[in-house]
Design a protein around this ligand. Sequence first.
Ligand SMILES: C[S@@+](CC[C@H](N)C(=O)[O-])C[C@H]1O[C@@H](n2cnc3c(N)ncnc32)[C@H](O)[C@@H]1O
Length: 362
Amino acid sequence: MLDIHHGDNLVILERLPDASFDLVYIDPPFNTGRRQNRTQLRTVRDEDGDRTGFAGKRYRSIQVGQRGFADAFDDYLAFLEPRLVHARRLLKPTGSFFLHIDCREAHYCKVLLDVLFGRASFMNEIVWAYDYGGRSRSKWSQKHDTIFWYAADPKRYTFRYDDIDRIPYMAPELVGPAKAARGKTPTDTWWNTIVSPNGKEKTGYPTQKPLAIVERIVRVHSNPGDRLLDFFAGSGTLGTAAAKFGRDAVLVDANRQAIAVMKKRFSGVEGVRWFDERAAKRESVVAARGSVARKAVSLKSADARPASVEPAAENADPKPASGAKTSNARPKPSRACAEQADRRPRSASKRAPRATHLPAKS
Ligand SMILES: C[S@@+](CC[C@H](N)C(=O)[O-])C[C@H]1O[C@@H](n2cnc3c(N)ncnc32)[C@H](O)[C@@H]1O
């Protein structure tokens, strides 16, 4: 089963019950300060074109679209922290959390994760090393991402050693033919090329991560039938890996284009359910407008009543005297949650009520 939500992940995460996922993998925007764009091109035959194709034929490229999302936050950790608090809350006692990030933010995130999970829960800093694109002439070319692994319980977690894919030895002649044929397990440095711009895997979504990297995480760190979560889903790479290995997954993305890419990517996959938080919000705004209009009408007709008869609704929610406690006062949040609440934009307090079409807490 694959549940895909279109909406701000914070709103959706708040609704998910504690300890309901075996594996959480996220690949948030890296705070590059730029817009992440991928231009889609189509080529047509043209003798004066800018590209050469098969058998030396010339082609002209035409831009047919562009997909992208903004990747700039004034205070990146303030954006991430409340979401990481939920990630920790949502993990089952044997669950694992993976954060995929780049070198600009990795160190700040590591310190934050140590606070939220506890230093003992830190398991690995995996380096995904690739070798593609231009080389810098002024510093070492930056060709890796960091993936932090934290276990909810560092003594009890899923690690399916036998399901690790094997890689070739660097010097097979030194280990003997049997070992050389079997290959070795990777270390915490994973060499893997980026998604090929011309390959079958490419969805056209900027920042799409290679399936091989995410598949390794899914295969080794979860069991068949487990429930996985990616709340910065993008093109849905985690969902593809989950479907391939018989795991359930919940994916969330706020970007319309990400949802469009996933619709295409999962078109042939069974058991996919779509939820649109934004549509639910729009519906609730329309419903709220309707109720305001109805209230106005009922107030108008109330005006016609004798002055001594007050409309009941006006008396239903009297303002408490200053300092008085109200019965619906919110419980005091924990420190982390209090910070999270403080950082929420003002509009969050006006958030639409729960979307009724979302699955109930299980
Ligand atoms: C780096 S991309 C993820 C790429 C993905 N791992 C893949 O393989 O395609 C980050 C994604 O986070 C999404 N995003 C950013 N802020 C979000 C938010 N508040 N709620 C949900 N999604 C968000 C962006 O739309 C973007 O698709």
